[in-house]
Design a protein. Sequence first.
Length: 336
Amino acid sequence: MSGVTFLRPLGYPPPPSIRKPRTGLVLGVGGRAGIAHHAGTLHALVSSGALRIDDLDIIIGTSAGAIVGAQLRSGVTAGELYEIAQDTSEGAERRRGDDFFSPAWDSAFSLIQRSVGSGWVLGRSVVRFPLPVMPRQLRSLFPGGLMRLGDQADLDAHLPRHWPAKNLWLVAVDIHTGRRVVLRRDGPVGASLQQAALASAAVPGIYQPIRVNGRTLVDGGVHSNTNLDLLLGKNLDHVTVIAPLGLESIGAVPPPLFALRQVVHTNLMRTVEALRAEGTTVAVLEPSSEMARLHGVNTLRTGSSQEISSAAYAETVERLSRLERQSRPASTSIAS
């Protein structure tokens, strides 16, 4: 598996220019493990000066990346995200939102009902063409989603309802049309920021789909793990991509994980090359095989936030250090 060549470490400092370079950040899927991975990676990038959140012209988030992107645009710093991920004190799970969701069934019969509905949602999510809408009576009888927002969930403590002024695109999929839906400020769907973040992260079959103005929305990762292709033709100078479900190089990864991550990497690199052909430099950060093993198979599990965020931070710092060494002039290296 080939690595990614960084033209200038992550695009900073920008080249001398009359105009300010146009830059973007793309945050991919990955469940709770992905949120922790984003926190560690972003903290390393920002604290090193390799990435400047306030300078970004656009942030695109999908699933876990939607949650993180919405927080960044709402004023939460990368350092604060890392502190939240590292927190092990009493009440940390609530501050992270680990306890937002609870089982949606209360009996064996309701579990069967929801299992049927969740199976339909999952199957419908992967079909890319319109199908007849399930009658309202059947939707009520067989609701989709095994987990739902618990009574204790306080979304307002984590995200505002109103969209930020700066460009933020959160990606979901409409299960009735099979099409990707880009949720944004003043967009045609009319979702609030909270609705958009929940919709983008509504893993089909696990979490309840989000209904917004007649649309039934699920996780945007159904369409693409990063949705980087949305930036094709946007004439950005540089894009940074964090893909927690990718794989930076071949290593000792369990076969099911390797197959999934290999597909993610291959599809991602295809889009990266298309962007490069347009003149956009792209920096891609994917987990190493060791990092992928740390994520595990169940990326939705709780309890591993501190370990994953620490490892992602250390791995990104090491990569930045390696890039800095490689970018030094030969004479400087000899002299040192």
